[in-house]
Design a protein around this ligand. Structure first.
Ligand code: SAH
Length: 210
């Protein structure tokens, strides 16, 4: 159930659903999602579904992780990527394979400290974790080549736009629970260009820390 075959099957399914990037499919194939969920759910880790990770939060559906990752891949390699909503760390682990450095902000203290332990245990050394409210981004390491938001606000936080490098891409679910649109915002020479990617379902982005 947690075998390479299960991961290969998931990658085939994602390709059938429209994920075209060979790089992204390869990363999905090489990331052990079962190590990011509770043991009782490990047998379901390679189903294309969101799963609970405790404290009312969920690990995103693999298709959505793949779609968001594909959306930020550019011709040149990604140097710095910011993730908002670290959760269980699966998406960060995926990003750590397509970017030189990943910064993730998580508002729930217990999840943030689990993330540090998990990355250490898995030998993932290019992800830095911050416990805080991600609506403000992480200005210290800005600008970012890409920002990936995995909790849905009602509108795009302006602080995140400001932390995008020129040509940088922000992928973010926006809207009420149950009817969110996944947006891709690109910083251009003159402003920002916006594209709608899909309808998605994320947990809400909450204010402050927990
Ligand atoms: N990328 C994660 C998805 C986790 S679900 C994964 O692969 O597991 C979304 C996460 O966003 C939750 O852990 C939630 O606590 C966090 N979150 C919600 N609002 C936030 C905010 N304002 N700042 C930082 N994290 C936030």
């Amino acid at each position: 159930m947690t075998s390479q075959r299960a991961r290969d099957r998931l990658a085939v399914q994602l390709r059938e659903m429209g994920i075209r990037s060979a790089r992204v499919l390869e990363v999905i194939r090489s990331t052990p999602r079962h190590l990011f969920v509770e043991e009782a759910l490990a047998s379901r880790a390679y189903e294309n579904t969101a799963l609970p990770i405790g404290l009312g939060q969920t690990i995103s559906q693999p298709y959505v992780v793949a779609l968001m990752t594909e959306a930020i891949l550019a011709d040149q390699p990604l140097d710095r990527v910011l993730e908002i909503g670290g959760g269980c760390g699966y998406h960060s682990a995926v990003l750590s394979q397509v970017a030189k450095r990943v910064f993730t902000v998580e508002r729930i203290a217990a999840l943030a400290s689990n993330l540090r332990e998990r990355f250490h245990a898995l030998g993932i050394h290019n992800v830095r974790v911050r416990h805080g409210d991600g609506a403000a981004g992480w200005p210290r390491h800005a600008p970012y080549d890409a920002i990936v938001v995995t909790a849905a606000p009602m509108g795009i936080p302006t602080g995140l736009l400001e932390q995008l490098a020129p040509g940088g891409r922000l992928v973010i679910p926006v809207g009420e629970r149950g009817r969110q649109q996944l947006l891709l915002v690109t910083r251009t020479a003159t402003g920002f260009a916006e594209e709608r990617l899909d309808w998605v379902s994320f947990v809400p982005m909450l204010e402050g820390v927990g």
